[in-house]
Design a protein around this ligand. Structure first.
Ligand SMILES: NC(=O)c1ccc[n+]([C@@H]2O[C@H](COP(=O)([O-])OP(=O)(O)OC[C@H]3O[C@@H](n4cnc5c(N)ncnc54)[C@H](OP(=O)(O)O)[C@@H]3O)[C@@H](O)[C@H]2O)c1
Length: 303
C-alpha cells in the first residue's frame, strides 16, 4: 500500500514505521523540520515537509495514497496542563485538523484512515471488563478524543474505512513519560492517580506498530489496543517499586485528582480493558503481554 504517515516522528511513529516498511508498504512521512527529514533519510522513506492544515497541500500529498495513519498529538507540558487554553493544540489536532484530513480524504478518494487515540474515554468500570460497547464519556479537553472518533466514523459513513485504535497508556524505553516514571521510581515516587483497587491498562511501545499494521486490514470501527493483563494501581505501584529496587513508592494524595484537571480525572478511572475484539478481528497479539515482564525490562534498559 502507499501510506501517508502523520505524527510519524514521535513514540508511536518510531514503532510503526519499521513495521510498515518490513511489511513492504511504501511510506511517506510528514515532517515539520529539516532535522526530522534528515533523521528519516537512512530508512529510505520519503519525508515530506508540507503544511498539513493547508487543504491544497494536503490534497496534493494525498493523491495516490491508499491509506493514512495519523499519530499526531500535542500534549501540553505538565506545568501548563491545568491552565485554561493549555490543551488548545491537543484539541485542535483532534478537532479541526483531523476534520480537514477526513474531508480531504473523502474528496480525494483515499479509503482508509487509522487513527490511534486513547482508552481514557471509558467511564469508570470498577472491576468489570470494558469492551468497545462499554459506556464512554469525556469532559473538558478530553472530549476531543470522542470528537476525533466522530471524525473518523464520518469517513466510514462516506464509504471509506475509518479505524480508531483506543490504545492503553504507552510504556517502553523510548517513551518520554516512561523515562520520567523510571527516574521518579528510583527516587521513591510514582505519579499514579486513582485508588489502589482501580484497574489500569497499558501497551508496550513495541506493540504499537504491529497493531497499526493489523489495523490496515481490519473492518472499520473502534478497537481497544492494550496488553493482555490490566493491573490494579496497587499492583502497578508494587511492580514499579520492585523494578526500581525500592520497598515502596510515595504516591500523590487523592485530593490531587480534582486538581489535575480533566486529564487527571480520566486517568484516575478504573479501566480493566479487553483487547478481545481486536485480537479476534486481526489475530494480533501483543509481544509484551504483561507489564510484569515489560517494566523490569524497561528499568534494565534505562539503567
Ligand atoms: N503516549 C501514550 O501513552 C499514549 C497512549 C495511548 C494513546 N496515545 C496516542 O498515540 C498517538 C501518538 O502518541 P505519541 O506518544 O507517539 O506522541 P508523541 O511522541 O508526542 O508524538 C507526537 C507526534 O505528533 C506530531 N505533532 C505534534 N504537533 C503537531 C502539529 N501541530 N502538526 C503536526 N504534527 C504534530 C509530532 O511531530 P514533531 O516530531 O514534529 O513534533 C510527533 O510526530 C496520539 O494520538 C496519542 O494520543 C498515546
Amino acid at each position: 500500500m502507499n501510506i501517508l504517515l502523520l505524527g510519524g516522528t514521535g513514540t508511536a511513529g518510531r514503532s510503526t514505521l519499521p513495521v510498515l516498511l518490513a511489511a513492504g508498504h511504501t511510506v511517506s512521512v510528514h515532517v515539520r523540520s529539516d532535522l526530522a527529514a534528515a533523521r528519516l533519510q537512512p530508512l529510505g522513506v520519503a519525508a515530506i515537509r508540507f503544511d498539513a492544515e493547508d487543504p491544497e497541500a494536503l490534497r496534493s500529498v494525498l493523491r495516490g495514497q491508499d491509506a493514512v495513519i495519523d499519530h499526531r498529538v500535542a500534549l501540553p507540558p505538565t506545568s501548563r496542563s491545568i491552565l485554561p487554553g493549555g490543551w488548545r493544540s491537543f484539541q485542535h489536532l483532534r478537532g479541526p485538523a483531523l476534520g480537514l484530513l477526513v474531508d480531504t480524504m473523502i474528496e480525494a478518494g483515499v479509503p482508509r484512515l487509522v487513527r490511534d487515540l486513547v482508552t481514557f474515554v471509558y467511564e469508570d468500570g470498577g472491576d468489570a471488563w470494558l469492551d468497545e460497547a462499554s459506556p464512554a464519556s469525556a469532559r473538558g479537553a478530553m472530549a476531543a478524543n470522542l470528537l476525533a472518533e466522530a471524525h473518523v466514523s464520518r469517513l466510514t459513513a462516506a464509504g471509506g474505512e475509518g479505524v480508531v485504535l483506543r490504545c492503553g497508556l504507552f510504556y517502553g524505553p523510548d517513551d518520554r513519560m516512561s523515562v520520567e516514571t523510571v527516574r521518579l521510581a528510583r527516587r521513591g515516587a510514582a505519579l499514579l492517580l486513582g485508588s489502589d483497587a482501580a484497574w489500569h491498562s497499558a501497551l508496550h511501545t513495541s506493540d504499537v506498530g504491529t497493531a497499526v499494521l493489523a489495523a490496515l486490514e481490519v473492518p472499520p470501527g473502534v478497537y481497544n489496543v492494550v496488553d493482555d493483563e490490566p493491573l490494579r494501581r496497587c499492583e502497578l505501584v508494587a511492580l514499579l517499586a520492585k523494578s526500581a529496587g525500592r520497598r515502596r513508592l510515595h504516591r500523590p494524595p487523592g485530593l490531587m485528582v480534582p486538581l489535575a484537571g480533566a486529564a487527571g480525572r480520566v486517568q484516575a478511572r478504573s479501566h480493566r480493558i479487553s483487547n478481545q475484539r481486536f485480537r479476534e478481528a486481526t489475530g494480533w497479539r501483543p509481544r509484551v503481554s504483561s507489564r510484569q515482564d515489560g517494566w523490569p525490562a524497561v528499568f534494565a534498559a534505562l539503567r
